[in-house]
Design a protein around this ligand. Sequence first.
Ligand SMILES: N[C@@H](CCC(=O)N[C@@H](CS)C(=O)NCC(=O)O)C(=O)O
Length: 345
Amino acid sequence: MSNSGPVELIGATASPYTRKMLALLRYRRIPYAITWGDPSTILAERGIESPRIPFLPTFLFANASGELEAVCDSTPITHRLEKSVAGRLAIPSDPALAFINYLLEDFGDEWCTKYMFHYRWHFAPDADNAGTLLPLAANLTVPPQTHQQLKAHFTERQVGRLGFVGSNDQTAPIIDASYRRLLNQLEAHFEREPFLLGARPGSADFALFGQLTQLVGFDPTPRAIAHQLSPRTVAWVGVTDDLSGLEPVDGDWRSVDSLPDTLRSILGEVGRTYVPALLANAAAIEGGQKQWSATIDGALWSQNTFPYQGKCLAWIRQEYAGLDDASRSCVDGLLAGTGCEMLLA
Ligand SMILES: N[C@@H](CCC(=O)N[C@@H](CS)C(=O)NCC(=O)O)C(=O)O
């Protein structure tokens, strides 16, 4: 961190990636100042150049000449903060475990967000809830008539974007089944361990947490499912929001060969759903196709090709390629039979 004050960011309460990063900053005891709002508007007001797509959250970091620069994308920002701020690190020191953390973080960010966006806008009661609350979170004192207009406009836009994440009537049951399986797996896992990789949280926990803040805390349909299937996950979302008082030690990380079977089941969900999606998306990028279809969990999934997820796959492979032989064989042993090994073939 080259700026001396708190880390500045712009975000929204209903943005899972904003919630991911706030919980990470609190856990890491990194002082921060968040401005709630729309990054484009706030960057323009402050005369700071906007990234091509100013995502939520947008961070403001000082560059080499001390000027603030807008930076997006939570995973690289997490890595940057690991390097610039010492102590209470969220990436395991053991390279093999760090790889598993990386894979699970990506799953949280890129697959679990499909649950989030799907449940938010697919069913009318959820879309009504989000349509009502999101404009108010952006401006509490908005007059009622404007609120109704914003609600209609916002709902129409977001429902129109469902296809971007692959949510439609055909994929709805696949998404629902995956969410329910993950909740059952987490229920079993949290009986053994308080976090994914042991007794301290990794960045993968914060990625999963970010999506779950919405699924458990904002949207009515997935909230009811979570309460029904996994009370431990509901409670976990409550505590993971602020882990500033946890005192982690090195021994709180498990080693890859002592991870419980419950974590392997979660990796099985990654292999069953996210891995075929990543591979089909990458093949479509390579073949120059704007759309891809693949069999996911026994049913046909079709969606637009997404260049960003091509990068996700390349980054996972890069992390894997950077492992020493011993770490790689540890990772291979854990992933064998989960479906995740297909990513690395
Ligand atoms: N890969 C990014 C994703 C961030 C993201 O997709 N944020 C959403 C809101 S949660 C967003 O800003 N979407 C664009 C929009 O709503 O216009 C990250 O990890 O930070």
